[in-house]
Design a protein around this ligand. Structure first.
Ligand code: NI
Length: 169
């Protein structure tokens, strides 16, 4: 496993529609292991393969708990099958360091994809997990959260603070 450098804007790979994974072979398992390690070292909530320079439809998510182990998710070829409700969130992205934007996300999502063993996976999510799924699935479609800003004044420059509650997805 290895920590990979995280691509940041305006790297063109972040704007490409990533390709579907056809076979979950060793190179995909290694990619997932590297993505997990990179996400952990960056203290983020989620990461999509294009952010580590691989234009494939793979995402990893790690939802923090107080005093508990994080909930870890890995989805291959994920798709949102249903979105319900709307809520305002403050969102950051590891590929857009130093900024937080206020955007709208769904209250609940249903997602399907396949897991690392190649089995079909269905998830129903709300809260931070729903937000992270929408954010990461945007990434594999070449979409960034700043595309959802209603106006530029909803984007705020922030100093990186270790105690900050803002999360980067
Ligand atoms: Ni992001």
């Amino acid at each position: 496993m290895a920590v990979k450098p995280i691509r940041t804007v305006p790297d063109p790979i972040l704007r490409q529609k990533a390709k579907r994974v056809k076979t979950i072979d060793n190179s995909i398992q290694k990619l997932i292991a590297d993505m997990r390690e990179t996400l952990m070292s960056a203290n983020g909530v989620g990461l999509a393969a294009p952010q580590v320079g691989v234009s494939l439809r793979v995402i990893v998510i790690s939802i923090p708990h107080q005093d508990q182990k994080n909930d870890e998710y890995c989805l291959i070829n994920p798709e949102i099958v249903r979105r319900t409700g709307e809520r305002a969130v403050r969102e950051g992205c590891l590929s857009i360091p130093g900024y937080i934007g206020e955007i709208k996300r769904s209250e609940q999502v249903r997602v399907k994809g396949i897991d690392t063993a190649g089995k079909e996976l269905k998830l129903r999510a709300e809260g931070l997990l729903a937000e992270a799924l929408e954010h990461e699935i945007d990434h594999i479609n070449g979409v960034l959260y700043v595309d959802h800003l209603e106006s530029q004044d909803k984007l705020q420059k922030v100093e990186p603070e270790p105690e900050s509650k803002d999360v980067s997805i």
